[in-house]
Design a protein around this ligand. Structure first.
Ligand code: SF4
Length: 353
Protein backbone atom coordinates (compact mmCIF):
# COMPACT_ATOMS: atom_id res chain seq x y z
CA UNK A 1 0.00 0.00 0.00
CA UNK A 2 1.39 3.45 -0.85
CA UNK A 3 2.34 5.82 1.99
CA UNK A 4 -0.33 8.50 1.46
CA UNK A 5 -3.05 5.83 1.48
CA UNK A 6 -1.72 4.38 4.75
CA UNK A 7 -1.80 7.81 6.41
CA UNK A 8 -5.32 8.53 5.15
CA UNK A 9 -6.56 5.14 6.41
CA UNK A 10 -5.04 5.91 9.80
CA UNK A 11 -6.71 9.34 9.73
CA UNK A 12 -10.19 7.94 9.04
CA UNK A 13 -9.94 5.96 12.29
CA UNK A 14 -8.04 8.47 14.42
CA UNK A 15 -8.81 12.04 13.34
CA UNK A 16 -9.12 14.63 16.10
CA UNK A 17 -12.56 16.02 16.91
CA UNK A 18 -12.16 19.74 16.33
CA UNK A 19 -14.86 22.41 15.89
CA UNK A 20 -13.66 23.37 12.41
CA UNK A 21 -13.41 19.78 11.12
CA UNK A 22 -15.99 19.00 8.49
CA UNK A 23 -16.55 22.65 7.56
CA UNK A 24 -15.57 24.05 4.19
CA UNK A 25 -16.14 27.63 5.33
CA UNK A 26 -12.85 29.40 4.44
CA UNK A 27 -13.37 32.00 7.20
CA UNK A 28 -13.47 29.33 9.93
CA UNK A 29 -10.57 27.38 8.42
CA UNK A 30 -8.52 30.57 8.16
CA UNK A 31 -9.18 31.55 11.80
CA UNK A 32 -8.35 28.05 13.04
CA UNK A 33 -5.13 27.82 11.02
CA UNK A 34 -3.84 31.23 12.12
CA UNK A 35 -4.68 30.67 15.79
CA UNK A 36 -3.09 27.22 15.81
CA UNK A 37 0.23 28.41 14.35
CA UNK A 38 2.92 28.10 17.06
CA UNK A 39 0.16 27.06 19.49
CA UNK A 40 -0.85 23.77 21.07
CA UNK A 41 -4.46 22.66 20.34
CA UNK A 42 -5.43 22.74 24.06
CA UNK A 43 -4.22 26.31 24.36
CA UNK A 44 -5.61 27.54 21.02
CA UNK A 45 -9.05 25.93 21.19
CA UNK A 46 -10.64 28.34 23.73
CA UNK A 47 -9.23 31.26 21.73
CA UNK A 48 -10.78 29.89 18.53
CA UNK A 49 -14.19 29.50 20.23
CA UNK A 50 -14.08 33.01 21.73
CA UNK A 51 -12.88 34.50 18.45
CA UNK A 52 -15.64 33.06 16.25
CA UNK A 53 -18.26 33.88 18.86
CA UNK A 54 -17.16 37.52 18.95
CA UNK A 55 -16.47 37.75 15.17
CA UNK A 56 -18.77 35.15 13.55
CA UNK A 57 -17.93 36.15 9.98
CA UNK A 58 -15.51 38.18 7.91
CA UNK A 59 -17.70 41.31 8.07
CA UNK A 60 -17.81 41.35 11.88
CA UNK A 61 -14.02 41.02 11.96
CA UNK A 62 -13.40 43.70 9.34
CA UNK A 63 -15.70 46.20 11.07
CA UNK A 64 -14.31 45.68 14.59
CA UNK A 65 -11.72 48.09 16.01
CA UNK A 66 -8.25 46.52 16.17
CA UNK A 67 -8.28 46.99 19.98
CA UNK A 68 -11.23 44.54 20.22
CA UNK A 69 -9.39 41.97 18.11
CA UNK A 70 -6.25 42.29 20.24
CA UNK A 71 -8.28 41.95 23.43
CA UNK A 72 -9.63 38.56 22.27
CA UNK A 73 -6.09 37.60 21.22
CA UNK A 74 -4.54 38.69 24.53
CA UNK A 75 -2.21 36.03 25.97
CA UNK A 76 -1.87 34.06 22.71
CA UNK A 77 1.34 35.85 21.63
CA UNK A 78 2.61 36.64 18.11
CA UNK A 79 0.21 39.58 17.96
CA UNK A 80 1.14 40.41 14.37
CA UNK A 81 -1.09 37.44 13.46
CA UNK A 82 -4.14 39.27 14.83
CA UNK A 83 -3.21 42.57 13.20
CA UNK A 84 -2.61 40.86 9.84
CA UNK A 85 -5.94 38.99 10.06
CA UNK A 86 -7.74 42.23 10.69
CA UNK A 87 -6.02 43.84 7.66
CA UNK A 88 -6.79 40.82 5.47
CA UNK A 89 -10.45 40.80 6.58
CA UNK A 90 -10.81 44.46 5.58
CA UNK A 91 -9.14 43.70 2.24
CA UNK A 92 -11.46 40.73 1.54
CA UNK A 93 -14.52 42.88 2.35
CA UNK A 94 -13.35 45.87 0.31
CA UNK A 95 -11.81 44.13 -2.69
CA UNK A 96 -13.67 40.80 -2.90
CA UNK A 97 -17.12 41.74 -1.49
CA UNK A 98 -16.41 39.57 1.55
CA UNK A 99 -15.90 36.40 -0.53
CA UNK A 100 -12.63 34.53 -0.03
CA UNK A 101 -10.42 34.03 -3.10
CA UNK A 102 -10.56 30.34 -4.04
CA UNK A 103 -7.03 29.82 -5.39
CA UNK A 104 -3.88 29.66 -3.28
CA UNK A 105 -2.01 32.17 -5.46
CA UNK A 106 -4.72 34.81 -4.72
CA UNK A 107 -4.90 33.90 -1.03
CA UNK A 108 -1.14 34.45 -0.83
CA UNK A 109 -1.65 38.12 -1.67
CA UNK A 110 -3.55 38.66 1.60
CA UNK A 111 -1.70 39.97 4.62
CA UNK A 112 -0.47 37.26 6.99
CA UNK A 113 -1.39 34.37 4.68
CA UNK A 114 1.74 32.42 3.82
CA UNK A 115 2.16 29.37 1.64
CA UNK A 116 1.03 26.92 4.37
CA UNK A 117 -2.21 28.76 5.24
CA UNK A 118 -3.01 29.48 1.57
CA UNK A 119 -2.59 25.77 0.76
CA UNK A 120 -4.67 24.70 3.78
CA UNK A 121 -7.60 27.00 2.85
CA UNK A 122 -7.42 26.24 -0.89
CA UNK A 123 -7.22 22.45 -0.41
CA UNK A 124 -9.71 22.04 2.50
CA UNK A 125 -12.35 24.41 1.12
CA UNK A 126 -11.87 24.45 -2.63
CA UNK A 127 -10.16 21.11 -3.41
CA UNK A 128 -6.98 22.60 -4.89
CA UNK A 129 -4.27 19.97 -5.33
CA UNK A 130 -1.58 21.62 -3.25
CA UNK A 131 0.24 20.26 -0.18
CA UNK A 132 0.03 22.29 3.06
CA UNK A 133 3.50 21.98 4.55
CA UNK A 134 4.03 22.98 8.18
CA UNK A 135 6.51 21.76 10.79
CA UNK A 136 4.61 18.50 11.28
CA UNK A 137 4.56 17.69 7.59
CA UNK A 138 8.25 18.60 7.19
CA UNK A 139 9.12 16.16 9.95
CA UNK A 140 6.93 13.33 8.63
CA UNK A 141 8.29 13.58 5.09
CA UNK A 142 11.91 14.03 6.22
CA UNK A 143 11.56 10.80 8.20
CA UNK A 144 9.61 8.71 5.71
CA UNK A 145 12.15 9.50 2.97
CA UNK A 146 15.12 9.83 5.37
CA UNK A 147 16.05 13.28 4.04
CA UNK A 148 19.53 14.42 5.10
CA UNK A 149 19.14 17.93 3.65
CA UNK A 150 18.16 20.66 6.21
CA UNK A 151 14.43 21.30 5.78
CA UNK A 152 14.78 25.06 6.38
CA UNK A 153 17.06 25.77 3.41
CA UNK A 154 15.95 26.52 -0.15
CA UNK A 155 17.14 23.11 -1.36
CA UNK A 156 15.47 21.26 1.55
CA UNK A 157 12.18 23.12 1.03
CA UNK A 158 12.18 22.17 -2.67
CA UNK A 159 12.85 18.49 -1.91
CA UNK A 160 10.09 18.28 0.72
CA UNK A 161 7.60 20.09 -1.52
CA UNK A 162 8.26 17.77 -4.45
CA UNK A 163 7.83 14.65 -2.29
CA UNK A 164 4.65 16.07 -0.70
CA UNK A 165 3.21 16.77 -4.17
CA UNK A 166 3.96 13.21 -5.24
CA UNK A 167 2.29 11.79 -2.11
CA UNK A 168 -0.73 14.04 -2.62
CA UNK A 169 -1.19 13.36 -6.32
CA UNK A 170 -3.42 10.26 -5.98
CA UNK A 171 -5.40 11.51 -2.98
CA UNK A 172 -8.17 13.98 -2.17
CA UNK A 173 -6.09 17.07 -1.25
CA UNK A 174 -8.08 18.37 1.74
CA UNK A 175 -8.22 14.93 3.37
CA UNK A 176 -4.55 14.21 2.63
CA UNK A 177 -3.38 17.52 4.13
CA UNK A 178 -5.46 17.13 7.29
CA UNK A 179 -4.35 13.51 7.63
CA UNK A 180 -0.66 14.50 7.40
CA UNK A 181 -1.11 17.19 10.08
CA UNK A 182 -2.89 14.85 12.50
CA UNK A 183 -0.45 12.02 11.81
CA UNK A 184 2.50 14.34 12.54
CA UNK A 185 1.03 15.58 15.80
CA UNK A 186 -0.20 12.17 17.08
CA UNK A 187 2.16 9.47 15.70
CA UNK A 188 5.31 10.84 14.11
CA UNK A 189 5.85 13.28 16.99
CA UNK A 190 9.09 15.27 17.47
CA UNK A 191 11.07 13.57 20.23
CA UNK A 192 9.68 10.04 20.55
CA UNK A 193 7.81 8.97 17.40
CA UNK A 194 5.45 6.05 17.99
CA UNK A 195 7.23 3.81 15.49
CA UNK A 196 6.21 0.42 16.93
CA UNK A 197 2.50 1.14 16.27
CA UNK A 198 3.00 3.26 13.14
CA UNK A 199 1.02 2.22 10.05
CA UNK A 200 3.70 3.74 7.79
CA UNK A 201 6.55 1.72 9.34
CA UNK A 202 6.88 -0.68 6.34
CA UNK A 203 7.48 2.32 4.02
CA UNK A 204 9.59 4.46 6.37
CA UNK A 205 13.26 4.81 5.41
CA UNK A 206 14.36 6.53 8.61
CA UNK A 207 12.81 3.68 10.62
CA UNK A 208 14.72 1.22 8.43
CA UNK A 209 17.94 3.22 8.93
CA UNK A 210 17.12 4.09 12.59
CA UNK A 211 17.69 7.80 11.93
CA UNK A 212 14.32 9.02 13.32
CA UNK A 213 15.98 11.06 16.10
CA UNK A 214 18.14 12.93 13.56
CA UNK A 215 15.23 13.87 11.26
CA UNK A 216 14.40 16.50 10.29
CA UNK A 217 17.80 18.15 9.93
CA UNK A 218 17.65 21.91 10.49
CA UNK A 219 20.21 24.71 10.27
CA UNK A 220 20.38 26.88 13.37
CA UNK A 221 18.36 30.05 13.35
CA UNK A 222 19.47 33.62 14.01
CA UNK A 223 20.90 34.84 17.32
CA UNK A 224 18.55 35.71 20.17
CA UNK A 225 18.47 39.43 20.97
CA UNK A 226 18.57 40.33 24.68
CA UNK A 227 16.49 43.33 25.88
CA UNK A 228 16.28 45.01 29.28
CA UNK A 229 13.02 46.70 30.23
CA UNK A 230 12.05 48.70 33.29
CA UNK A 231 8.34 49.50 33.44
CA UNK A 232 7.19 52.20 35.83
CA UNK A 233 3.74 52.19 37.39
CA UNK A 234 3.18 55.72 38.60
CA UNK A 235 0.36 55.31 41.13
CA UNK A 236 -2.03 57.87 42.49
CA UNK A 237 -5.28 56.87 44.21
CA UNK A 238 -5.30 53.52 42.37
CA UNK A 239 -4.86 55.23 39.04
CA UNK A 240 -1.88 54.70 36.79
CA UNK A 241 -0.60 55.57 33.31
CA UNK A 242 -0.67 53.29 30.27
CA UNK A 243 0.71 53.82 26.78
CA UNK A 244 -0.15 52.16 23.47
CA UNK A 245 2.83 50.75 21.56
CA UNK A 246 2.93 52.20 18.09
CA UNK A 247 6.49 51.45 16.99
CA UNK A 248 7.27 48.85 14.36
CA UNK A 249 8.53 46.49 17.02
CA UNK A 250 7.10 43.67 19.13
CA UNK A 251 3.57 44.11 20.55
CA UNK A 252 2.53 46.85 18.12
CA UNK A 253 -0.89 48.33 19.15
CA UNK A 254 -0.89 46.59 22.56
CA UNK A 255 -0.79 48.59 25.80
CA UNK A 256 1.93 48.77 28.42
CA UNK A 257 3.11 50.94 31.30
CA UNK A 258 5.66 53.71 30.69
CA UNK A 259 8.81 51.90 29.59
CA UNK A 260 12.52 52.58 29.97
CA UNK A 261 14.57 50.27 27.77
CA UNK A 262 18.30 49.76 28.33
CA UNK A 263 20.95 48.21 26.11
CA UNK A 264 22.51 46.26 28.99
CA UNK A 265 21.35 44.71 32.29
CA UNK A 266 19.61 47.51 34.21
CA UNK A 267 18.77 48.22 37.83
CA UNK A 268 16.61 50.84 39.52
CA UNK A 269 19.79 52.97 39.73
CA UNK A 270 19.96 52.91 35.93
CA UNK A 271 16.38 54.20 35.90
CA UNK A 272 17.04 56.95 38.45
CA UNK A 273 20.06 58.13 36.45
CA UNK A 274 18.14 58.20 33.16
CA UNK A 275 17.71 61.77 31.86
CA UNK A 276 14.20 61.01 30.60
CA UNK A 277 13.17 59.69 34.01
CA UNK A 278 14.73 62.68 35.82
CA UNK A 279 12.87 65.07 33.51
CA UNK A 280 9.55 63.48 34.57
CA UNK A 281 10.03 62.98 38.29
CA UNK A 282 12.61 64.15 40.76
CA UNK A 283 13.32 63.68 44.42
CA UNK A 284 11.97 60.11 44.45
CA UNK A 285 13.10 58.16 47.47
CA UNK A 286 14.15 54.78 46.06
CA UNK A 287 13.44 53.15 49.46
CA UNK A 288 9.74 53.87 48.87
CA UNK A 289 9.66 52.16 45.49
CA UNK A 290 8.32 48.66 45.17
CA UNK A 291 10.20 46.54 42.65
CA UNK A 292 9.10 43.33 40.94
CA UNK A 293 11.68 41.39 38.95
CA UNK A 294 10.08 39.08 36.42
CA UNK A 295 11.53 35.83 35.05
CA UNK A 296 13.16 36.09 31.61
CA UNK A 297 10.41 36.37 29.00
CA UNK A 298 11.24 34.47 25.80
CA UNK A 299 9.91 35.41 22.39
CA UNK A 300 10.91 33.69 19.15
CA UNK A 301 14.04 35.81 18.55
CA UNK A 302 14.27 37.89 21.71
CA UNK A 303 14.58 37.41 25.45
CA UNK A 304 13.31 40.21 27.67
CA UNK A 305 14.61 40.80 31.19
CA UNK A 306 12.18 43.07 32.98
CA UNK A 307 11.46 44.85 36.22
CA UNK A 308 8.32 46.68 37.24
CA UNK A 309 8.75 49.63 39.58
CA UNK A 310 5.76 50.94 41.52
CA UNK A 311 6.02 54.57 42.55
CA UNK A 312 3.33 56.34 44.60
CA UNK A 313 3.13 59.97 43.51
CA UNK A 314 1.15 62.99 44.69
CA UNK A 315 -0.11 63.45 41.13
CA UNK A 316 0.36 61.38 37.99
CA UNK A 317 3.06 62.96 35.81
CA UNK A 318 2.10 64.23 32.40
CA UNK A 319 3.67 61.89 29.87
CA UNK A 320 3.19 62.31 26.14
CA UNK A 321 0.92 59.65 24.62
CA UNK A 322 -0.12 58.20 27.97
CA UNK A 323 -3.64 57.74 29.35
CA UNK A 324 -4.77 57.69 32.97
CA UNK A 325 -6.67 54.55 33.98
CA UNK A 326 -8.01 53.13 37.21
CA UNK A 327 -6.53 49.72 38.13
CA UNK A 328 -10.02 48.21 37.80
CA UNK A 329 -10.16 49.32 34.16
CA UNK A 330 -6.95 47.59 33.05
CA UNK A 331 -8.91 44.50 31.98
CA UNK A 332 -10.44 46.50 29.12
CA UNK A 333 -7.05 46.91 27.45
CA UNK A 334 -4.98 44.29 25.60
CA UNK A 335 -1.54 43.82 27.18
CA UNK A 336 1.34 41.51 26.19
CA UNK A 337 1.74 38.30 28.20
CA UNK A 338 4.73 39.71 30.11
CA UNK A 339 2.52 42.45 31.58
CA UNK A 340 -0.40 40.09 32.24
CA UNK A 341 2.02 37.87 34.19
CA UNK A 342 3.20 40.86 36.20
CA UNK A 343 -0.38 42.03 36.89
CA UNK A 344 -1.30 38.55 38.14
CA UNK A 345 1.64 38.63 40.56
CA UNK A 346 0.94 42.24 41.59
CA UNK A 347 -2.75 41.52 42.23
CA UNK A 348 -1.82 38.59 44.51
CA UNK A 349 0.49 40.90 46.44
CA UNK A 350 -2.20 43.58 46.83
CA UNK A 351 -4.79 40.99 47.91
CA UNK A 352 -2.39 39.80 50.62
CA UNK A 353 -1.90 43.29 52.08
FE1 SF4 B 1 7.47 8.44 11.89
FE2 SF4 B 1 8.37 6.21 13.06
FE3 SF4 B 1 6.19 6.14 11.52
FE4 SF4 B 1 8.58 6.53 10.44
S1 SF4 B 1 7.88 4.70 11.51
S2 SF4 B 1 6.71 7.64 9.97
S3 SF4 B 1 9.58 7.75 12.01
S4 SF4 B 1 6.41 7.24 13.47
Amino acid sequence: METGERIINWYFHNQRELPWRGTKDPYLIWISEIIMQQTRIQQGLPYYLRFVKRFPDIFHLAEAPIEDVLLIWQGLGYYSRARNMHEAAKNICNSYNGIFPTHSKDLLKLKGIGSYTAAAIASFCFGEKIPAIDGNVNRVIARIFDINEPVNTGKGITIIKKLAEEMLSNNEPGTFNQAMMDFGSAVCVPSTPHCPDCPVKPNCLSFENQTMAERPVKVKNQKIKLRYFIYVLFMNQNKTLIVQRIKNDIWNSLFEFPLWEFSEPATVDSLLKSERFKSIVSGIDSAKMKIFTMPAHKLSHQTIYSQFVIIETDALPSLMGSAEVHLNELEHYAFPTLIINFLTQYKKEIDNI
